[in-house]
Design a protein around this ligand. Sequence first.
Ligand code: SAH
Length: 253
Amino acid sequence: MNPEVLLSRIRVVLCRTSHPGNIGAAARAMKTMGLSNLYLVEPKLFPDHEADARATGAVDVLRAATLASSLKEALVGTSFVVALSARQRDIGPAVGAPRETVARLLDEAGRGEVALVFGNETVGLSNDEILHCHAAVTIPTNAEFSSLNLGSAVQVLCYECRMAAFGARPPVVSQGVTPFSSPPATHDEVEGLYAHLEKVMTDTGFFNPEQPGRLLQKIRRLFGRARLERDEINILRGVLAATQVKTRHGCKG
Ligand code: SAH
């Protein structure tokens, strides 16, 4: 199925959010990853200028957000629901890793609407809210500091959704910039550089052909690793030619 269609079937549900700034951050996180269905269950403050400020270019996601008076209401029409929890619970669905659970979420999105449910900043999700979900995810963290900012947790999951929807290879935005590229140097062009370099090193006294050691081999090893491009060969040979001109004119520094 078309990745954009899959992403459009994912709801991000924020439960009882205390800080409107986090709602804005979540909207921005969603939009960067191609998600747009934001559901807000009893937010403490919304709409709010702080939410708009943190959303920056994603205010459209905020404006289109659906307000719900309960999680049950926000989940109407969904057929697969994942809870995001920073802590392991003694009750609720089995906890899985983000990547594998998101793979299942995307699979379910191929059949209908699905949801990711995030809890309040201080207390997380209630047991009652967790029991509305079919699966749970904990983002692996430092054992001594496991609680991500709400907006950051939304970003991690939305990123995983995008990766899964595009089969791990989402298109990268090039923003109209054509990266510089030069054709790779041919074998004979590289040999020309080695000969030129050897001559200049000999003429300047840096290299003594009577006692060659392994200098020439090491230089071949260096440039072999670099996979030189034609443009780069031209630069290096230009430097060598300029050095020769100065040497010939007897420039002593
Ligand atoms: N003190 C709360 C943390 C709330 S952070 C608690 O212990 O549950 C706000 C929300 O961000 C959480 O409810 C959860 O949905 C999400 N979140 C934060 N850190 C997370 C983590 N490591 N794994 C999964 N979700 C996380």
